[in-house]
Write a protein that binds this ligand. Sequence first.
Ligand code: ATP
Ligand code: MG
Length: 595
Amino acid sequence: MRRSLHLKLMLIMVLLIVSLMVVVGAFLMNSVTRYYIDDFYEQMAAAFGQDNVDFIRDLQRPTKDETDGAAMVEAVLRAYGGTLGVDGRNRNYYVLDGTNGRYLAGSAPQPEGGLAITPNITTALLGEPGYDSSAAADYMDAAIPITRGGQRYIVYILDNRATARSLNGEMFSLILEALVLGLVISVLLSFLLSKTMVAPLQRLTDAIEDVAEGDFSRKLEVTSGDEIGQLTESFNAMAGQLQTTIAAVENERNKLDTLFLHMADGVVAFDREERVIHSNPAAAQLLGREFTDQDSYGPLFGDLFPFREVEGAASHLAAERTVGGRYLELLLAPFARANQGGVLVLIHDVTAQRTAEQTRKDFVANVSHELRTPLTNIKSYAETLSDGVGDLPPEMERRFLGVILNESDRMIHILQDLLTLSRFDSGRSELRLTRFPFGKAVDDTYQAIRLDAQNHAHQLILDLSEDLPEIVADRERVVQVMMNILSNSIKYTPNGGRIVISAGREGDRVWMQVDDNGIGIPEADRGHIFERFYRVDKARSRQSGGTGLGLSIAREIMNQHEGAIYLVDKETPGLTVRMELPIGGPKRVRQNEER
Ligand code: ATP
Ligand code: MG
């Protein structure tokens, strides 16, 4: 940029100087020529005019006994040579024959080839004085006809303009010298100018390039009050403004980026060409795939709505999809900003709501079903009893009443379990924590269940470790869990089985484990048996009085204690259930007490 501006400046100056010199030179040289011509004719007019009577008289009056008139005229002219400016070299006078213009005498000999008959000579030959001049000619002349002693002569003054020419030549070389000097000065001046003008412009250019690359820290020093100074000031203001604006935009974008990155909902954005322009980790996770800018709308969401339909939608379109067992709600909406725009897909995971809803429905269905069976039984037996009052044999009546009582117990049992669960759900169930020996609790449970095991001809083995400590827990609840695990083993192990109860300590936790060699649980059901109402074999379980609530209550109790209950993998047939408890009681409670 510097070079080009410098070159332009130099060219302008050179052109200026050259054109100035040409104009001045032409004007001067023309003026000199004109001056010479005018001077010549003024001189002639003065010499041959009415004021110079003596000269004219001397030219025309012949002397006594004159023989050669031409020589006499020549003599007169020689005498007046000074007035006529004749020098014998550049300006000469000639005496010509007045009838044919032939050379008779002169201050110089006749030139080779004779004198040219100029327009002025022709005029003089016709008897009129010729004073005409032609600027184009390279001479100037004057021809005056005179009559002397009856003879006609022409006095002819011829100037070859050499003086004017040499003066012009001199002037030309002078102008040339001035031109060269002017050129040198203009080159130097253009250097100086480009230094004062181009240097600040170059600094501005550098700074603008920095700004273009995102560096706004450059502040330029304002060194002058001229237009460049103003430009620099405007640049500084603009850079400052730009910096604050970009910082604000960046801040906003960072906020959005963070939001995008961490939001639970997935977002995928497409441009007008249906290409992915943005996607967040949640989208990749929910849809189970990574996105690149090579992905397009069609294969991803084209099955829900065509791209153009979403683009033209008033607000948004909703759709649903299941991916990898998850329920996804999709909102597809157009977005437009200036001439950019596209489609935004928002992916919302509604699996939790759906499962909760499903669980609630299942639960209601289960509860109704569980209560209906005993109620139906009670009703039909009661009806039979009421229909046949007095007719039925007493032992049949007793049996029927026994069934009615049994079924009522079962209903009460179910309702009690449900009540317990609902207390857990609503958080109304407080633990009554006490300190008691863990080994004693296990032993008490063992004693309580021993008779039951004997009735089923089970071999019940108790294996307690020596170092069982006292623990802080809700004793009644813990025993309830132990009872459930043990009674399950008794229930789901065919008569004559072997049940081993073991307990021990591991770090700051105690554990109890019940291992049986019963029917066990198929692999597919193992993940579900802690769910409410879940039973592997419904008929068998109900027959043995089970409702499928025992283990779910056990898990709730263990969770409240910050303990655990789970199935232990084993090779041999049967099932191993293990429960764990923190010795010091649940941390949550301990922290509350410390406060
Ligand atoms: P409840 O305990 O409410 O009287 P339940 O014993 O049927 O009824 P859970 O204790 O929750 O219910 O047990 C759930 C299911 O797990 C049982 O119905 C049974 O199918 C299976 N199960 C539990 N323990 C065993 C076990 N030791 N061996 C085989 N299956 C078992
Ligand atoms: Mg049970």
